[in-house]
Design a protein around this ligand. Structure first.
Ligand SMILES: [Zn+2]
Length: 320
């Protein structure tokens, strides 16, 4: 059997992007499993939620958004530090780039390595990579919570750190009046999870509980379809939790019983594939996911930095 191509390096299929209006002045762009985006209108400004990998890619989203509103972007909110969510920031011409303090720290600590790693893993998302001017630096950071008054009768937008999860510093954007949450990569709806930089135990417990407790009627996850109504919102959250708990069980068993990383990977693949195997980026993510959980179980508190070399090493060991 031929070896599987590295990560998503062979995924070249263009995805269709769909802009949806979730409420008056609230927009989401989904893309068949590619990273989702959001935007919220204030009275005389825009808040954009998440960027993409390159300015050229982001300009296409902004052109779609400009069919609905020409308000200037005051805030660009970054849910976390991953390259495909931040490196296009310059295209937004935002007055303020907002992230958690933890995200700022992670960009300083590992932003460059993450850029190189993600570019190697999924080159298709890096459209015209030379248009990236450099790392993206937040200009406004907060630890737990930041509220943006939208003006008029539009209510407020609450940015909140709900605990460690997909990374050490993920935030969600919550519209309490419209009951809409942009959950970033903390929740995936019908898409596989990337947990290579995650805190599996915090994420599956308190962090997801707090996302659920918001009581959203619409949820936009990091990838995949928009969840509408409490049933779908809860299903997306519980799908995310089930993925994490299944990993905890299979990787945990192999780790406890003196098995190898390869054993853990095989058991996890077998347990997850029937339910999640056909979803976007499943094969791409799983080796990195299992390696990180293995590290966590081995007492490595903070995720080891992924470099292009470490990516290949882990891939060759588990998927090669
Ligand atoms: Zn991410």
């Amino acid at each position: 059997m031929a070896a599987k191509p590295f990560a998503s390096s062979a995924d070249l299929g263009v995805k269709e992007q769909t802009l949806e209006v979730l409420a008056d002045g609230v927009y989401a762009l989904t893309a068949e499993g590619d990273p989702n985006l959001g935007a919220i209108e204030g009275e005389d400004f825009l808040v954009c939620f998440e960027a993409l990998a390159t300015p050229v890619a982001a300009r296409r989203w902004l052109a779609r958004l400009r069919e609905h509103t020409d308000k200037p972007v005051r805030y660009l909110v970054l849910s976390h530090y991953h390259a495909v969510r931040v490196l296009s920031a310059s295209a937004f011409d935002a007055e303020v780039v907002v992230a958690s303090e933890q995200t700022r720290h992670l960009i300083a600590e590992r932003g460059q390595q993450d850029w190189e790693s993600e570019y190697g893993r999924m080159p298709r998302l890096f459209e015209e990579p030379e248009s990236i001017p450099g790392l993206t630096w937040p200009t406004l950071t907060f630890r737990d919570r930041l509220t943006i008054e939208l003006g008029g009768d539009r209510g407020e937008l609450v940015l909140e750190f709900l605990g460690r999860g997909h990374t050490e510093g993920d935030i969600v954007a919550w519209l309490p009046e419209q009951e809409i949450v942009f959950a970033g990569d903390l929740v995936e709806s019908q898409a596989a999870l990337y947990t290579g930089d995650a805190f599996h135990f915090d994420w599956a417990a308190g962090t997801l509980d707090r996302v659920k407790a918001l009581g959203a009627q619409q949820l936009i996850g990091g990838r995949g379809a928009i969840a509408r109504g409490r049933d779908q919102v809860d299903a997306a959250i519980e799908q995310t939790r089930d993925f994490l708990l299944t990993m905890q069980r299979t990787v945990g068993e192999a780790h406890r019983s003196g098995g190898t990383l390869k054993d853990a990977f095989a058991a996890t693949h077998a347990a997850l594939a029937p339910k999640y195997g056909a979803w976007p980026i499943f094969e791409h993510c799983l080796p990195f996911d299992v390696q990180r959980l293995w590290d966590e179980l081995s007492g490595i508190e903070r995720p080891v930095i992924w470099t292009a070399e470490r990516d290949r090493q882990v891939w060759d060991e588990l998927q090669g």
